[in-house]
Each structure stands twice: as C-alpha cells, then as structure tokens.
Design a binder for this molecule. Structure first.
Ligand SMILES: NC(=O)C1=CN([C@@H]2O[C@H](COP(=O)(O)OP(=O)(O)OC[C@H]3O[C@@H](n4cnc5c(N)ncnc54)[C@H](O)[C@@H]3O)[C@@H](O)[C@H]2O)C=CC1
Ligand SMILES: O=C([O-])CC(=O)C(=O)O
Length: 266
C-alpha cells in the first residue's frame, strides 16, 4: 500500500473537518497526518493523527505536503521554515501575503528549498479563469464580501457598529485588497486570493459588508480585460464549526490535497 504523510498547521474548524473528510476515503493510501497546534490535546482518538507543537517536529514527520489552516500569523511564523525544508505548502491564510515583503520572503524560502507554495481558491471560485485572464491583461477587478453579522463577531467590525442590532447591510470596509485582508484576517483572505490571481493587492478594490438579510457567506467577483468580462456570485454555507469560514474552503483544501496524489488533476 502506498503511503502519504500529510502535515497540517492548525486544527480548528477547517483542520478537523479536512481530516474527517480525508479519512472517510483515503483513495487506497495509507494516510498519516501530523498537525502542528499550539497545545496538543491529551487524546484525540484517531490512530493516524499525531499532534506536535513545534515546526521542527512537524518537519521530522517528513510530510509530502503541508496544509496551513490556522491563521495569517501562523503562516508568517511557520511558512518560510516549511518551504526552506523543501516541503510544498498549501496556504489558506493567503491574506498574510499582504504584509510588506512577506510574499518575497515566501518565494525566496521556496527557491532555497526547491519547494512550491500553493494558493488555493478557498472560499471563492473562478480563480483559474481570473489568473488565466491576467496573462492577456486585466483592466478592472472588484470583490465584495457579504456575510451575516455573526460572522463578523470578534473582529475589527465590532469597533465599527453594533453587530447585534443591524437592520440593514452595513459597509465595514471599502478600499484595497491589501488593507482589507489585513484588517479582517479571519474573514477576508479571499480578497487577497482574488488580488494575487488578478490585478494585485493594491489595484483590486474590495467592499466588506455585514448583512443581516443573508444567512450565507457571499462572495462576488467582477473582472474586465482583454479576455472579456467575468461576474461571479457565490452564496456559501458557513462551516458548521465556524461562521466566518465557508464550507467550500474545506472542500477546496480537500481537493488540493487529493490532487496531490491523483493521476488526473482538475
Ligand atoms: N482562503 C480562504 O478562502 C479562507 C481562509 N481561511 C483561513 O483559515 C484560517 C483557519 O480557519 P478556521 O479553521 O475556520 O479557524 P478556527 O479558528 O476554527 O481554527 C484555527 C485554528 O488554528 C489555530 N492556530 C492559530 N494560530 C496558530 C499558530 N500560530 N500555531 C498553531 N495553531 C494556530 C487556532 O488555535 C485554531 O485552533 C482562518 O483564520 C483564515 O486565515 C478561512 C476561511 C477561508
Ligand atoms: O470562508 C469565507 O467565506 C471567506 C473567509 O473567511 C476569508 O476569506 O478569510
């Protein structure tokens, strides 16, 4: 039986669900998983899952791929070490790349380790088309994030409005993808994904909205360029364990991991 060693950084809503889903069908592989967490739980009940608390221990497990699904801070803290060690990395907290110089740091770590950093679509879609369209020139890309008020709890939004008493949609932020993904690190990684695929962090305009009239995490992307036009709207179910995170994010990471061992990659 072929084996596959998967590393993870973070084991919250995305991490738990990703492991459950991969374990339901390992495509005939002997899958072992090592997850880097802040505090290892006393017991976890899965025979193929080990918790570690430092990146050196994660790397000692000889992962063939590491998935970061923790936070922008965790990607900044551990991403360069993983890549320098020659291990490919899939990052969910893509907004971290809006920190000045961090994208370059990751690139140089990846070059040093001959590894690659993968930026998955996560909660959004159309990233393949957008980044292909970029090759012939884009003139405009806009992104709107619209989530129910409870998705904005515990974020910068609470300093802007009383989320519990919102009656109408409320604009929390309008500006560049760079600023928006920094202000809302748990909610606006998609802004950075759209920007990196398309016009860049400083030329992609975004709006961030709390809307009591929706019960889904909605993402709208519009783009224009030499390819034509694109208009995309997603109304994602939130993940059962974290209202900020769309269920589609977990599926996107699952697809990225499965692509790693698939013979046909789509
Ligand atoms: N690209 C995308 O479309 C999306 C990206 N995300 C990113 O994924 C992250 C995780 O999402 P969820 O699992 O829903 O959040 P969560 O809050 O349920 O779980 C995150 C886990 O990571 C842990 N963690 C945070 N920093 C860490 C560190 N430095 N070292 C070790 N563990 C650390 C936390 O303690 C927590 O257990 C979000 O914060 C966001 O950055 C989330 C949704 C969509
Ligand atoms: O999961 C979502 O809907 C989007 C999200 O949290 C992010 O972009 O960070």
């Amino acid at each position: 039986m072929k084996s596959f060693s998967l590393g993870m950084i973070g084991f919250g809503a995305i991490g738990r669900s990703l492991v459950d889903r991969l374990n339901k069908d390992t495509d005939g592989l002997d899958l072992t998983i090592t997850a880097l967490v802040r505090h290892a739980p006393e017991s976890q009940g899965l025979s193929n899952l080990t918790f570690v608390t430092d990146v050196e221990a994660l790397l000692r497990s000889k992962p063939e791929l590491v998935v970061e699904c923790a936070s922008q801070e965790a990607l900044a803290q551990h991403g360069p070490a993983v890549l320098t060690a020659g291990v490919d990395l899939v990052a969910a907290s893509i907004g971290a790349l809006s920190q000045p110089g961090f994208e370059q740091r990751l690139e140089s770590a990846a070059r040093k380790g001959a590894a690659r950093l993968f930026l998955p679509a996560g909660a959004v879609a159309g990233i393949d088309g957008l980044t292909a369209a970029k090759l012939a020139g884009l003139t405009q890309v806009t992104y709107v994030s619209r989530k129910p008020p409870n998705a904005w709890k515990g974020t910068h939004a609470e300093t802007l409005c009383d989320l519990d008493s919102l009656k109408d949609e409320t604009l929390l932020f309008e500006g560049t993808a760079r600023e928006g993904s920094r202000l809302f690190p748990k909610n606006a990684n998609v802004a950075a994904t759209v920007a990196l695929a398309g016009l860049g962090l400083d030329d992609t305009r975004i709006k961030v909205i709390a809307d009591p009239k929706v019960d889904r995490n909605c993402h709208e992307v519009e783009a224009e360029g030499a390819f034509g036009t694109l208009a995309l709207r997603l109304a994602n179910f939130p993940s059962p364990d974290n209202p900020k995170t769309s269920f589609l994010t977990i599926l996107s990471l699952e697809r990225t991991v499965r692509n790693r061992w698939s013979r046909i990659v789509i």
